[in-house]
Design a protein around this ligand. Structure first.
Ligand SMILES: [Zn+2]
Length: 146
């Protein structure tokens, strides 16, 4: 199987962006922090669509995704959380959880109005110390509210 997310999950605990494992997925810090607190939640099951997941797993997955988003929201105090399940590029459920604040994009809309150059701007990649701090914050808050 040639899936980026399945490949990543094989050694996810060694990934420098890995935050923690939940029952149905893995919490991973966003590689770029153009939107501070940007976090991913990657499903343990391969597949593109929520509706194909077994019902109890699906409900648990949605609950856990919501907990991750809540933790990010509590820590970064955005005006609004964005929950994005796209999967056009990689057919494996992975949530992009973006804390959004007023004025963070030119138009009040999705983050994808920004060019890839801006979304993946190397200057927004957290260094080791920042990464550690962000990961701890998110992890501790997930543990607290779970
Ligand atoms: Zn996969």
């Amino acid at each position: 199987m040639n899936c980026k997310m399945c490949e990543m999950e094989k050694n996810i605990k060694d990934d420098p962006y890995f935050i923690m494992e939940l029952e149905t997925g893995y919490v991973v810090l966003g590689w770029f922090q153009r939107f501070k607190g940007y976090t991913l939640f990657i499903c343990k099951e391969h597949g593109p669509e929520l509706h194909n997941l077994e019902l109890s797993f699906k409900i648990k997955h949605l609950e856990e995704m919501s907990i991750v988003a809540e933790a990010v929201s509590n820590m970064f105090k955005p005006d609004k959380m964005n929950y994005e399940l796209l999967g056009n590029g990689c057919p494996h459920i992975h949530w992009h959880l973006y804390p959004r604040v007023k004025g963070d994009t030119p138009i009040i809309s999705s983050v994808y109005q920004l060019s890839n150059e801006e979304l993946f701007d190397e200057s927004t990649r957290p260094d080791e110390e920042q990464r550690k701090e962000l990961k701890e914050k998110i992890k501790n808050e997930i543990m607290r509210i779970r």
